[in-house]
Design a protein. Structure first.
Length: 407
């Protein structure tokens, strides 16, 4: 009979009294840590060990991570394919497909969906020459998927290209533990009331800055037009700003910035929520304020064009509310209460430097009589393609009524 000494050693070590006493101790410590931080299991895996593999040369091959919006209109999905050489532009990227029955995008039969590469960024996780590829989704019959709002957004942007529409969006979000509780909040209760946290510094005021810093740098590396970041009014709530971006770039850059945030949070074992009112009650909600201007508005005397646009917006409030969250206004109803620096969802209002209005004209824009205005209604989980498209349709294509025009 042959004795497998490795096995014997293994059995001995697991049966050894020292091991037996240490094992529950080690396990319980890990469980305690997980419970306390409410971070994910995969975040406990050694990132230093992973780094050893990420240093391996990859030859001539390039990894392209294809990203798309799923059937919820707010969830993101991704998968990776190997390319034989570095793509120089979007034309070098092949179409791909996926199973839409697993992404709330189609029923079982005819579940193949197409991924159409639309915008390419550097990959801050796998680094050069690897890519992030934002895709449009088409159904089996090559018609746009229900949540592919990019296709019509792009169409109206092209119609008004000569007016050079610029956008800037302020993305607010909340960092949550994997248990859904805001990161760093006491497990059975609330932190001190709002006041010290906005733009705060210090361990008792800024909850989760590591994520914000990692995300900011990763966006810069990727080529996302991120222009700033700050801590928000509610603890564990943060904001980043993207812009100014012209036309379709606004949606592309914001979606990729969101993807990068989810991916950074995954590494840290926490979750980024874009819910517009993550904590009910006396806590600020989360929006996605959108700055908008045209070439005319940015030139001397542009205030006239700004006021004209606001006049058109005032007549189309319901259409915009429907376009400003993925549930046709239901999500935003929890946030736009008229309190906590928001307007009331049922009323349209506009004013200079008024944070409680639907539309705010920044003070310096009122003084210089040119610049841009801010639509404060979009929800944090809005689709930026839907928001920017609605602004163009109403302000520049002079659409009226509750339905968009078919061009
Ligand atoms: N759609 C837009 N049109 C014009 N300018 C924009 C737009 N979006 C963002 N901006 C930029 O945002 C900047 C305003 O930021 P900032 O100076 O911080 O404003 P404030 O002083 O009012 O806080 C302007 O300088 C402008 O260049
Ligand atoms: C939007 O405008 C406000 C001023 O009204 C400014 O503070 C902010 O930086 C701008 N954000 C973006 C993303 O352009």
């Amino acid at each position: 009979m042959r004795i497998n000494w490795k096995c014997v050693l293994f059995y001995w070590s697991t049966a050894h009294p020292l091991f037996l006493t240490l094992c529950p101790l080690l396990l319980s410590r890990c469980v305690i840590v997980i419970n306390k931080m409410a971070t994910s299991a995969s975040a406990c895996l050694s990132k230093a060990v992973k780094q050893e593999y990420m240093k391996l040369p990859q030859g001539d091959k390039v990894q392209a991570m294809y990203i798309w919006i799923d059937g919820t209109g707010e969830g993101l999905r991704c998968k990776t394919k190997t390319l034989d050489s570095e793509p120089k532009s979007i034309e070098d990227l092949p179409e791909w497909n996926f199973d839409g029955s697993s992404t709330y995008q189609s029923e079982g039969s005819n579940s193949d969906m197409y991924l159409i590469p639309s915008a390419m960024f550097r990959d801050p996780f796998r680094k050069d020459p690897n890519k992030l590829v934002l895709c449009e989704v088409l159904k089996y019959n090559r018609k746009p998927a229900e949540t592919n709002l990019r296709i019509t957004c792009n169409k109206v942007m092209e119609m008004v290209g000569d007016q050079h529409p610029w956008f800037g969006m302020e993305q607010e979000y909340t960092i949550l533990g994997t248990d859904g509780h805001p990161f760093g909040w006491p497990s059975n209760g609330f932190p001190g009331p709002q006041g010290p946290y906005y733009c705060g510094v210090g361990a008792d005021k800024a909850y989760g800055r590591d994520i914000v810093e990692a995300h900011y740098r990763a966006c810069l590396y990727a080529g996302v037009n991120i222009c700033g970041t700050n801590a928000e009014v509610m603890p564990a709530q943060w904001e980043f700003q993207v812009g100014p971006c012209e036309g379709i770039d606004m949606g592309d850059h914001l979606w990729v910035a969101r993807f990068i945030l989810h991916r950074v949070c995954e590494d840290f074992g926490v979750v980024a929520s874009f819910d517009p009112k993550p904590i009910p009650g006396n806590w600020n909600g989360a929006g996605c304020h959108t700055n908008f201007s045209t070439k005319e508005m940015r030139e001397d005397g542009g205030l006239k064009a700004i006021e004209d646009s606001i006049e058109k917006l005032s007549k189309r409030h319901n259409y915009h509310i429907r376009a400003y969250d993925p549930k046709g206004g239901l999500d935003n109803a929890r946030r736009l209460t008229g309190h906590h620096e928001t307007s009331n969802i049922h009323e349209f209002s506009a004013g200079v430097a008024n944070r409680g209005a639907s539309i705010r004209i920044p003070r310096n824009v009122g003084q210089e009589k040119k610049g841009y205005f801010e639509d404060r209604r979009p929800s944090a989980n809005c689709d930026p393609y839907g928001v920017t498209e609605a602004l163009i349709r109403t302000c520049l294509l002079n659409e009226e009524g509750d339905e968009p025009t078919d061009y």
